[in-house]
Each structure stands twice: as structure tokens, then as C-alpha cells.
Design a protein around this ligand. Structure first.
Ligand code: ASP
Length: 318
């Protein structure tokens, strides 16, 4: 038997500490808590890590505060291209989708690829055809669109046209949601979902759906979900690098996760990740100004944070 635990993130695209008013901070803490509650409901009833990760990510996708599904950022053509990936550490089964718009929850699309196709990563017309035949909910373009992201796109396109320097906050540029879990049977799982970067090049795919870069799980080592400058996370195979350091260099989860985040930073990679191992608490390192994040251990206490402040604590059993 293992001690169940769950960690989540709402991306490294946070508002700066000075630009976040208390109401906005409260809204994010409430949203993070809701995602922890959804996942913990599964884990505390001996459900699977895979199901816990799925519902936690769905909860964050449904909330337009975060850059995934509803509230996703637009590409340079004003279109939505979403990426998502999921992996089971028990059998290293994995599924991912890239550049899609339609399924209400891209994480369910990734899971459908994992469970009902012979492929790992689906993109483009083939993905659309496959997903249309799956038992998942679709939504119109309008459902995903939010005023805030329209403004962010228009400002960025105007800035590029004028040649002015990029002074946007991380929150206007990018973001992602993700979850990692360990269930009572000792199985690990990871899931990640994103709209990518505001005004990204059409067709650009980030690290999120790349197994081993933005999403990875192996029961022998850890489960990882990342957020940040995807190109660097891909080039350094960030998520599987953590697993490799545990497996081959006998590092602890914390050493491996923090070491990779430090290495990414020295190579121009901003962001963070959440990781969970075979035992013990999760690791949630980041090198950005903040990372919306939270975790719960077997004590059932929800802890959430945004910047480097102390975690807010909420006892789910009260
Ligand atoms: N990693 C995501 C991407 O590159 C963005 C983010 O997490 O902020 O698409």
C-alpha cells in the first residue's frame, strides 16, 4: 500500500506579486482548491491516480482563469490550438493531442488517444476525425474565448507591428494546467493541458503533449507535469530527465526536480513543474516569479500557493 497524494499546477504564467489584487489571488486559490478537491475525492476512495489526474485537470480546464481549454490563449491568427498529454506510470501508456480545438476537455481527448487508439500523439485532421468518433463533449469556439485573451492577443499583435519591446507579464503570455498523483496501489500518473503562448506561430506545438518533455510517468521513479517556455523543456526533455536522475544517479525526487529547474533556467527556460515519487511529498520547484500550485498528502489537507509566500492551508475534513 502507498500513501495517496496529489499535486496540481495552474501554470507559471502568474501575475506579478505587485499586480495581483487580493480578490484575484483569492479566486486562484479557490480554483486550485476545487481541483485538489476533485482529484482527492477520487484518491481518498481508493480510486486510480489516472482518474484523479484526469478530473483535477478537467476542473482547471473548465475555469477560465487558466490558459487551458476555456480561457486558452489565441495564436497569431486569432485561432485556438490546444495541446494536452496524459501518462500512466503503471504501464507507461500515454496519449496526447496537439493543436486541437473542439473537445471541451483536451485532457479527455488525450486520454481517448491513450485508451482507444494505437497511437500516442495525434494532431491535425486525423486528430479531429478520431476525436469526433469518441464519447467526449465538444464545445463551440465561443465557449473557449474570453475577453481577456482577445485583449492580450490584440495588444501583442500591435506591439509586434510597432517594434516596441515585450513588457508583458507572464500572465498575458502563457500558462498551463497539470496534475500528478500517486494512488493507494502505488500507481503514478501525470496530465497536462495548455493553450500555449499568446500569438504563437500557427502550428507551434509546445512541451505539454510531448511525452518525456512536458508530461511523464513511470511507477519506478516519478510522475511529472511541467509549465514554462516549452521549447527549452522539449530540448532538455525536462520531465523524463527527472526520472533519469532518480533512476541512474540515485537522486531524491527533490534533488532531481530542483536540479532540472535550475538547469533549465541557466539555459533560458522559465517555468516550473510538479513531480511526485513512489513515496513522500511531491516536489513543486519553479524559477519564474510564481506558479499557481497546490498539493494534498494523505492527511487530506489542501495547500495552495502562487508566489513564494507560505502555503494557504485548508483542511478538507473540516
Ligand atoms: N509550456 C507551455 C507551452 O510551451 C506554456 C506554459 O506552460 O506556460 O506551450
Amino acid at each position: 500500500m502507498a500513501e495517496p497524494s496529489l499535486a496540481i499546477h495552474g501554470g507559471a504564467g502568474t501575475l506579478p506579486l505587485t499586480g495581483m489584487d487580493p480578490a484575484m489571488a483569492d479566486a486562484h486559490h479557490t480554483a486550485l482548491r476545487a481541483a485538489l478537491a476533485a482529484g482527492w475525492k477520487v484518491l481518498s476512495k481508493s480510486g486510480s491516480a489516472l482518474d484523479a489526474v484526469t478530473v483535477a485537470v478537467m476542473t482547471l480546464e473548465d475555469d477560465d482563469l487558466f490558459n487551458a481549454a476555456r480561457g486558452a490563449v489565441f495564436n497569431a491568427d486569432g485561432k485556438l490550438e490546444m495541446d494536452a498529454g496524459i501518462m500512466s506510470g503503471r504501464d507507461r501508456a500515454a496519449g496526447a493531442v496537439a493543436g486541437i480545438c473542439g473537445p471541451r476537455n483536451p485532457i479527455l481527448a488525450a486520454r481517448a488517444v491513450m485508451e482507444h487508439s494505437e497511437t500516442v500523439l495525434l494532431a491535425g485532421r486525423g486528430a479531429e476525425e478520431f476525436l469526433a468518433a469518441q464519447d467526449i463533449e465538444f464545445q463551440s469556439f465561443d465557449y473557449f474565448c474570453t475577453e481577456r485573451r482577445v485583449v492580450a492577443l490584440n495588444q501583442e499583435l500591435a506591439r509586434r507591428a510597432s517594434g516596441a519591446p515585450d513588457t508583458r507579464s507572464d500572465a498575458d503570455r502563457h500558462g498551463t494546467v497539470g496534475a500528478v498523483a500517486r494512488d493507494a496501489a502505488g500507481n503514478l500518473a501525470a496530465g497536462t493541458s495548455t493553450g500555449g503562448f499568446t500569438a504563437k506561430r500557427p502550428g507551434r506545438v509546445g512541451d505539454t503533449p510531448i511525452i518525456g518533455a512536458g508530461t511523464f510517468a513511470d511507477n519506478a521513479t516519478c510522475a511529472v507535469s511541467t509549465t514554462g517556455t516549452g521549447e527549452i523543456f522539449i530540448r532538455f526533455t525536462a520531465a523524463s530527465e527527472i526520472s533519469a536522475r532518480i533512476r541512474y544517479a540515485s537522486q531524491t525526487l527533490e534533488q532531481a526536480a530542483s536540479g532540472v529547474i535550475a538547469e533549465l533556467f541557466s539555459n533560458g527556460g522559465d517555468g516550473g513543474l510538479i513531480a511526485i515519487g513512489r513515496a513522500g511529498p511531491p516536489s513543486l520547484p519553479f524559477n519564474s516569479s510564481g506558479m499557481y500550485r497546490g498539493f494534498v498528502l494523505s492527511d487530506g489537507v489542501f495547500r495552495t500557493a502562487i508566489h513564494r509566500e507560505a502555503y494557504r492551508i485548508f483542511d478538507s475534513r473540516e
